[in-house]
Design a binder for this molecule. Structure first.
Ligand code: TTP
Ligand code: MG
Length: 371
């Protein structure tokens, strides 16, 4: 295609071979609360501390569909929610229960495919092009997962099925709660053309505003824009909009293979011969392991020390703790304790390593729950 600048850009390729499902739980936090306290069912439920208790502070995590009828929604101030729906029942979040439900749901998904990319506590993408139950219909897989989730957790979810992430995500939002929407390659472009621009995943309020200034309100308006012009106005994102409005999103799922441990070790060309050298190296290793734990947002319950002597004799000794550790000072303290108990500096040290295992994610903090 020729742009207004006269430069020719290649038309992007549309991959329609994959089968992608997006699952998003319905009114997640409040559904967990209703399940665990049936007295709430049928009433407007708002997940937030009551503004009376916080002196008017606090933000709504979510609200059930009953409360949404009054205009209450996520990220609204609890005070505003109270004004809109004074009879609403304010429930403080119970993060542990949500996390537990989320883990269970993830385990169900993993029974169908290992290609699961969680996006938040209540949503995930699944690539079921090939899957563990040998079901060629992605729609049937989605239905089975929704059914399993309901049977095993008593929580309802909505699913979107299509050939890429972008469309699957749009689809899961079409019919809520308990919906299942399919966007086929044949229908994709027509579907996107009718979509208001602010409903495009990845287009936030600011970008939407800039699009409005360019007279882009619907997918159809975006479709008419030339590739080069979109790049001019929106940079790299412009190219992505150009593709998405044509139903193109070839990005594969990113699967985080669960890390079981985080460790560092160093081999010393000049063997360590003094207690002080060992202590310094343990501190350095503790610092590095702490950094890695922080990057993966995990903490661990077991600290392992590895020692290799000049003779190449190698030993690993571990200590399992009642509480999770992540801080550098804790990792160092336990590694140093192991060293005191099992190490012998007179044998001269060729290698030291510290590993933290028995990991769990650090508590997820939502925008609003813990303020
Ligand atoms: P969402 O999936 O955005 O909302 P939802 O599941 O409550 O409702 P829907 O049926 O429309 O999907 O978010 C999932 C959970 O994440 C939600 O239950 C509460 C939490 N959350 C916050 O704590 N703060 C926020 O601002 C948002 C958007 C969500
Ligand atoms: Mg949800």
């Amino acid at each position: 295609m020729t742009s207004s600048t006269g430069i020719q850009l290649p038309e992007p390729y549309r991959d329609t071979a994959r089968k992608i499902i997006h699952i998003d739980m319905d009114a997640f936090f409040s559904s967990v609360e209703e399940r665990d306290n049936p007295a709430l069912i049928g009433k407007p439920v708002i997940i937030a501390k009551h503004p009376r208790k916080t002196g008017g502070k606090g933000i709504v995590s979510t609200a059930n569909y009953e409360a949404r009828k009054y205009g209450v929604h996520s990220a609204m101030s609890a005070y505003e929610a109270y004004k809109k729906c004074p009879q609403g029942i304010f429930v403080e979040g119970n993060y542990k229960a949500y996390k537990e439900a989320s883990n269970h749901i993830r385990a169900i998904m993993n029974r169908y495919t290992d290609l699961v990319e969680p996006m938040s506590i209540d949503e995930a993408y699944l690539d079921v092009t090939t899957n563990k139950v040998n079901e060629s219909s992605a729609i049937k897989v989605a239905r089975r997962i929704q059914k399993d989730i309901w049977n095993e957790t008593r929580l309802s979810s909505s699913a979107g099925v299509s050939y890429n992430r972008f469309l699957a995500k749009i689809a899961s939002d079409v019919k809520k709660p308990a919906g299942l929407t399919v966007i086929t390659p044949a229908k994709a472009v027509a579907f996107i053309k009718e979509l208001p621009i602010e409903k495009f995943p990845g287009i936030g309020p600011k970008t939407a505003e800039r699009m409005h200034e360019l007279n882009i309100y619907l997918g159809a308006d975006l479709y008419k824009m030339e590739q080069m012009d979109l790049i001019h106005h929106f940079g790299k994102a412009g190219l992505s909009y150009y593709k998405k409005v044509r139903g193109i999103d070839n990005k594969p799922l990113t699967v985080d293979r669960e890390r079981k441990s985080v460790g560092k070790e160093h081999t010393y060309l000049h063997v360590l011969k003094t207690e002080q050298e060992v202590q310094e190296q343990l501190k350095r290793l503790a610092q590095e392991v702490h950094g890695s734990l922080e990057r993966v947002q995990k903490q661990g319950k077991t600290v392992v020390l590895k020692i290799r002597y000049r003779s190449f004799d190698t030993l690993t000794r571990r200590i399992s703790l009642p509480d999770y550790v992540q801080k550098k000072s804790d990792i160092f303290r336990y590694a140093a304790e192991l060293w005191d108990q099992y190490g012998d500096v007179n044998r001269e040290i060729r290698l030291l390593g510290i590993t933290v295992t028995n990991l769990q994610p650090i508590q997820y903090k939502t925008l609003s729950l813990f303020q």
